[in-house]
Design a protein around this ligand. Structure first.
Ligand code: SAM
Length: 331
């Protein structure tokens, strides 16, 4: 095979450097690349992300100071435009105009995958609605790193982002967590982590397995594992006694405890599985129907059809659809 042919085949198998296997946008439109960047360790970036950051016309960055550090490390001089929660309503349409005029733009968060608990979603949606090609350039994301290291089930899980801070919405979510059968993942700020963990223990009971992942991929990385019943001792560990840095909480399902053996970061090593683990998969009746009904109402209020909301909540909680539907009409 001659060299030219080999090169072409290679490109079509692996994608070109900025990486798309899909053809270039039609009609002179540009492309929006959603670029994953490190969640701490600057070496956690793909070759394709680096090539993309180098090649695009500009980078829309959530935190330009943070992105500048990354670009400096890899000697990339692409111009930066600030795009964050507080300017996205004005900046979003401007960036879409640039894309319409044929520009190639990379979207980056201050850390991880854009669109995961940050304003990336808004820009992606605008771009799609304007007919712009959107290309993911995958990289790390904190919740996946935390989940896979937690030792809690990974086969099915629910990512909740940041919990509502207070009020009815927070209560409804905690009620849903109490009957949730999948592993659940929550992002939390350091000044709220202790209170949230205590609330989880009060609402979910002591038997649930949890992992608290802090400062993943960074110098002070720490993963505390145990049950909510172990919380008092977990909260004496340096990472939680005086919480600093970034946290992910992983909450196990009611049916399986934390891993046995020496548990990293938990005093005394092995934590007992505690009560609640011998239960089977059917939680009908063991959860809080009020919580499930609040969740249906919340979804309906936000525009979802009652039938779909009931279907979703039934899947999440195990309550029967017909029962949920009937009771939700009285709410
Ligand atoms: N886009 C990011 C992602 O893909 O994970 C998430 C952005 S969100 C604004 C920031 C939250 O992610 C933090 O408050 C923390 O809960 C979590 N997080 C980010 N980096 C982390 C890390 N290195 N270790 C633990 N949690 C982290």
């Amino acid at each position: 095979m001659d060299e030219e042919k080999k090169k072409k085949e290679n490109e079509s198998e692996n994608g070109s450097s900025s990486g798309s296997q899909t053809p270039v946008s039609q009609g002179g439109l540009g492309t929006l690349y959603i670029c994953g960047t490190p969640i701490g360790n600057l070496e956690d970036i793909t070759l394709r992300a680096l090539a993309t950051l180098k090649e695009v016309d500009f980078i829309a960055a959530e935190d330009t100071r943070q992105t500048r550090k990354l670009l400096a490390r890899y000697d990339i001089n692409t111009p930066l435009v600030s795009y964050h929660e507080h300017n996205m309503k004005e900046k979003g349409p401007e960036i879409v105009d640039e894309l319409r005029s044929g520009k190639k733009v990379a979207l980056v968060s201050d850390a991880g995958m854009p669109g995961i608990s940050d304003p990336g979603f808004d820009l992606v949606r605008r771009a799609i609605e304007a007919g712009i090609r959107v290309v993911p350039v995958p990289g790390p994301t904190a919740f996946v790193a935390a989940l896979v290291a937690s030792g809690l089930p990974t086969d099915t899980f629910v990512f909740l982002g940041f919990l509502p801070r207070k009020g009815k919405d927070r209560k409804a979510l905690l009620d849903c967590l109490a009957v949730e059968r999948r592993t659940s993942i929550v992002y939390e700020a350091p000044h709220r982590i202790r209170r949230t963990l205590q609330e989880l223990r009060d609402r979910l009971g002591p038997g649930r397995g949890i992992a608290v992942a802090r400062e993943l991929t960074k110098v002070h990385e720490e993963i505390l594992r145990g049950t909510l019943g172990d919380l008092d001792s977990l909260m004496e560990m340096p990472g939680l006694a005086n919480p600093r840095g970034e946290f992910v909480i992983i909450i196990g399902p009611p049916t399986i405890g934390p891993p046995t053996g020496l548990v990293e970061g938990t005093p005394g090593g092995r934590m007992n599985a505690g009560p609640g683990y011998e239960g089977g998969g059917n939680h009908e009746g063991c959860g809080n129907i009020e919580g499930a009904l609040d969740r249906v109402k919340q979804l309906v209020d936000s525009g979802m059809e009652r039938k779909s909301a009931v279907k979703l909540v039934s899947r999440e909680t195990g309550f029967r659809r017909r029962e949920l539907y009937r009771l939700s009409l009285k709410k």
